[in-house]
Design a binder for this molecule. Sequence first.
Ligand code: SRM
Ligand code: SF4
Length: 572
Amino acid sequence: MSNDKLSPVEGIKIKSNFLRGTLKEGLADQSTGAISADDQQLIKFHGMYQQDDRDIRAERRRHKLEKAFSFMLRVRMPGGVSTPEQWLKMDQLADDYGNGTLKLTTRQAFQLHGLIKSNLRNTIQAIDSVALDSIAACGDVNRNVMCNPNPHLSGVYATIIEDSDAISRHLMPHSGAYHEIWLEGEKVQTSEKEHEPIYGETYLPRKFKIAVAVPPSNDVDIYANDLSFIAIVDEAGEVEGYNVAIGGGMGMTHGNEATYPRVADVIGYIPRERLLETAEHVVTVQRDYGDRTDRKHARLKYTIDTHGLDFFKKELESRLSGPLEPVREFHFDNNGDRYGWEQGEDGKWHLCLFIEGGRVVDRPLLKLRTALREVAKILDGDFRLTANQNLVIAQVSEEVKGKIDSIFEKYQIDAAGTKTGLRLSALACVSLPTCGLALAEAERYLPKLIDELDEVVENAGLGQDSITIRMTGCPNGCARPYLAEIGFVGKGPERYNVYLGGGHAGQRLNRIYREDVSASEIRPLLEPVIKRYASERDSGESFGDFVIRSGIIEASGPGSEFQKVSPVLANA
Ligand code: SRM
Ligand code: SF4
């Protein structure tokens, strides 16, 4: 392929000297709150995005002021595990340098928003002081490795968190740029020429995402990841090995039919000791065959669809120590979180706490951030961020459990998860005001929409039944809306495409029901569908399955694949 066909970001990576670019100079430039366009691409590999406050963009333009630039910092934390000390540091940084909130993301990471350029180094040095970093939290590399928290299964959990951590470390960029720019300030002196043994100097064609799950919980949404490992547990309760799934992804672009969400294919099984070589070589096949000319066509899902699944599998096996074994049977039954206290096999207590929109913030009537800070100060276990933007307070002794209950009582935090089934199963991406790609509100609007839909559900007599609802401010799919039973995807200000029919275990894509609906039209649009579900559903039938069986969503037509898929061996 000739270089002039490569996407411009490929050129930026090549000439960046292993992700350094002119970041040091850009940070020192006090004449602007921004960094150069090229460095904006490179800083992603260091876990940051340049953003601006979109709520005040127009006003600043009117006053001929530079945009209100700030940075979002995403912390790498495999499996979403945070010690109380790390929590307290992040909480403090949210006040010292951020916008006073902590965001728990859909990939089990912390995000700080609103950091100004001159505070980036201080912030990164502060997270480093509690053994956290933001290396490869964004960028064309493997991102934060997810794994489900499974607090009640202590033995299996210990294995999968160890494995997720090992994958994360194995696929970390080797460049010394992060340490040099953010921590040391000096070039790390070494006689060896720097190189990236797995990625090479142009890294991957695009971002790359990995998740590890223990059935029957699919709370990490394995079908939305480039690469997933589905744990197969033997009769003794040990993780024997993993089924391997490849080619999931959500992002698409309105009006560009060459882009689409795709659920992953389960291609085989590997014993546990072959985990790292498998992860490495799915990455290297994507490195070598991914499309570097068009970033909208560069994810692994397109590599597979361009070259064929059989080709990809053969190429992968040629790089592995042996062929993949046949897929082992597995079963997912949900992709949500289980709220409230639960006691684990080892007698320790775990509380899964609902965090609306993953936003840890003090509001006038709900001092959530303060309450969690008090919990962190006495916690004898750890925190685990979930892929549904919630929080598990894990490994708690009986004595501390009582103290945590008192804290939540004092601050009137709903520890038992008694909100409605809709609210507890809802996800919204960040969207406005920080996301530069947002076309419509999501995190700030979904709670109000749920208020309306809760009334509909209650009138229909559906009670606490959960229907997964996910909203994103644009089609990139950060809250995985195409796997939801009801998905809303931002089209423009206060306008959404409405999708129906995703699988309740996240195993099947939904498809478009109505395009370009205004926010005020959503309730009247969905009310008759929800009423029909309440009166006509079969026993135990999920909303997603019902809308297909009843013909509310046509079983054929343009758009995503739409056959009814059994969660057992969904894609084998
Ligand atoms: Fe995302 C870009 C937020 C999970 C698909 N995502 C962005 C950016 C960085 C916007 C940008 O590029 O300028 C958003 C920053 C908003 C902000 O102000 O914080 C953003 N994505 C998020 C988070 C914070 C959403 C949330 O509310 O939790 C999630 C952070 C996860 C993490 O900790 O790493 C987040 N993003 C996802 C997911 C879900 C997942 O991975 O399970 C997806 C869909 C899965 C996938 O990748 O296919 C996702 N984000 C995207 C895409 C579309 C990628 C594509 O293949 O087309 C973009 C845009 C892009 O990459 O060009 C994007
Ligand atoms: Fe931003 Fe779109 Fe992702 Fe929402 S889905 S955070 S609007 S990129």
